[in-house]
Design a protein around this ligand. Structure first.
Ligand code: PMP
Length: 401
């Protein structure tokens, strides 16, 4: 018999498992609102034109090869990524005190950051929002950090529990790591206002907490890359330290290319250079060096004025389509007279709406309407289209009446 004969079957991933169940459903009207991947009006995955253009340039350039790239990734990509999130005129970049390494998308950037902190930072507790993206607690716990939560979402207002947040971070031990969603909080779609961010910043700095930004949706929330980066830039502007994990999965549609970056903003150039040297020791035994293709696409686009401009236009189109889906769903529920206040659908930001539907209602919608979503009632607005909004509105109406 097998040496693995006694192995227990692991459960499906709570988010990716939604797609597994969706794929098994033969219904022609089925709808997958589980996974946070952008879809066109026609319900199809989208490769941005600017990405196709960059790939053509790369393929036609016969001077290019497939050699290993450095442990820290492509130098151009790293510089341009730091500039994208911190701003072109960031003093931190000009003063050479940012260590940036190319990582495997947002998840890999978080993990490398977590592994680095577990080895080299004196405080081993990280605070994450309640609720948060399901992978966060696992990424940090498996890196060896102790994971605690801070209050974030208020189900009664379907908005921010700001007082709870301030209270919980206010009683966190000095030096604790605080994970912050840079914009478009997943799964709630609820972000602090600029004034609230400022208060959060003051609290974090006055208590000597260490901010770790997860930036998975830059440009996707508002349609503007600069606007969505404001919270991060606010923290860097005060001269203090922070970590930032960037993903190009959503904003460039490079999901499967696994391209992202971890930046550690330090107070001095010599510290940043020592940080980078230690990041290499974290990365080398995990996967040696990152893949070349996705980072080359990103660097090609970020380097070229015209391509960068075209990207901002295509990005805005995606963001606008999502915002229009919010309005259409809200209108559809209103016209059906669906009981309840659904204004959170248009107030929330980014890819997801945290509907407030409970797991029983979600199960009902899946069974009766073949609509798939995570059991916490989160729906991906990017998976909706004008054609499918009425079906979803019918399902929500039936679930709550
Ligand atoms: N953080 C958050 C909050 C996310 O929603 C996601 C994607 N669902 C990620 C990080 C990382 O995604 P990826 O590894 O595909 O870049």
């Amino acid at each position: 018999s097998s040496v693995f004969a006694n192995l227990a079957r692991a459960p499906e991933d709570p988010i990716l498992g939604v797609t597994v169940a969706f794929n098994k459903d033969p219904s022609p009207s089925k709808l997958n609102l589980g996974v946070g991947a952008y879809r066109t009006e026609e319900g199809k995955p989208l490769v941005l034109n600017v990405v196709r253009q960059a790939e053509k340039l790369l393929v036609n350039d016969i001077s290019r090869n497939k050699e290993y790239i450095p442990i820290v990734g492509l130098a151009d990509f790293n510089k341009l990524s730091a500039k994208l999130i911190l701003g072109a005129n960031s003093p931190a970049i000009q003063e050479n005190r940012v260590a940036t390494v190319q990582c495997l998308s947002g998840t890999g950037s978080l993990r490398v950051g977590a592994e680095f902190l577990a080895r080299h930072y004196h405080q081993r507790t990280v605070y994450i929002t309640q609720p948060t993206w399901g992978n966060h607690p696992k990424v940090f716990a498996l890196a060896g950090l102790s994971v605690k939560t801070y209050r974030y979402y208020d189900p009664t207002t379907r908005g921010l529990n700001f007082l709870g947040l301030l209270e919980d971070l206010g009683s966190a031990p000095s030096g604790a790591i605080v994970l912050l969603h840079a914009c478009a909080h997943n799964p709630t779609g609820v972000d602090p206002t600029p004034a609230q961010w400022e208060q959060i910043r003051q609290l974090i700095r006055s208590k000597g907490l260490l901010p770790f930004f997860d930036s998975a949706y830059q440009g996707f929330a508002s349609g503007s890359l600069d606007r969505d980066a404001e919270p991060v830039r606010m923290f860097v502007a005060d001269g203090g330290e922070c970590l930032v994990a960037q993903s190009y999965a959503k904003n460039l549609g490079l999901y499967g290319e696994r391209v992202g970056a971890l930046s550690i903003v330090c107070k001095a150039a010599d510290v940043a250079s020592r940080v980078e040297s230690q990041l290499k020791l974290v990365i080398r035994p995990m996967y040696s060096s990152p893949p070349i293709h996705g980072a080359s696409i990103v660097a090609t686009i970020l380097k070229d004025r015209n391509m960068y401009h075209q990207w901002t236009i295509e990005l805005k189109e995606m963001a606008d389509r999502i915002i229009s889906m919010r309005q259409q769903l809200f209108n559809a529920l209103k016209s059906r007279g669906t009981p309840g206040d659904w204004s959170h659908i248009i107030k929330q930001i980014g890819m997801f709406t945290f509907t407030g539907l409970n797991s029983k209602q979600v199960a009902f919608m899946t069974k009766e309407y073949h609509i798939y979503m995570t059991s916490d009632g989160r729906i991906s607005m990017a998976g909706l289209s004008s054609r499918t909004v009425p079906h979803l509105a019918d399902a929500i109406h039936a679930a709550v009446t």
